[in-house]
Design a binder for this molecule. Structure first.
Ligand SMILES: [Zn+2]
Length: 116
């Protein structure tokens, strides 16, 4: 159990909210519950994958049984993470294409490494 805001693990039980144990985070003072997210990280990853393959938000939602609003939220979150990664990465601002290239370079290095 982690605080969804600050990732802190120092949570104290503080009552109930709609049938779920409610906690308060000692680090940031925010409240959260132990309710499971409706969709798994895997489902969200699939949504991102489909989005990357030019599938529409509504189509993704239909396939995964999620609302277009939910799909849009996952993509927006992923986008923010990517932006953050790029901002902290070396001055190589090529977006998604850069990620694919990095993967290819890694495979190339692995192949070369085994030949040595
Ligand atoms: Zn916290």
């Amino acid at each position: 159990m982690r605080c969804p805001v600050c990732e802190g693990t120092d949570l104290i039980k503080r009552g109930w909210k709609s049938g779920h144990q409610r906690y308060v985070c000692r680090a940031c003072g925010r409240y959260c519950t132990d309710s499971q997210p409706k969709f798994s990280a895997q489902t969200k990853a699939m949504a991102i994958e489909m989005y990357m393959n030019s599938m529409g938000i509504r189509a993704i939602g239909r396939v995964l049984g999620a609302s277009p609003a939910a799909v849009l939220k996952w993509i927006a979150k992923e986008h923010a993470v990517l932006q953050d990664k790029l901002a902290h990465a070396a001055p190589l601002d090529t977006g998604a294409a850069g990620v694919i290239e990095m993967d290819e370079i890694y495979t190339y290095i692995q192949k070369n490494g085994s030949e040595r």
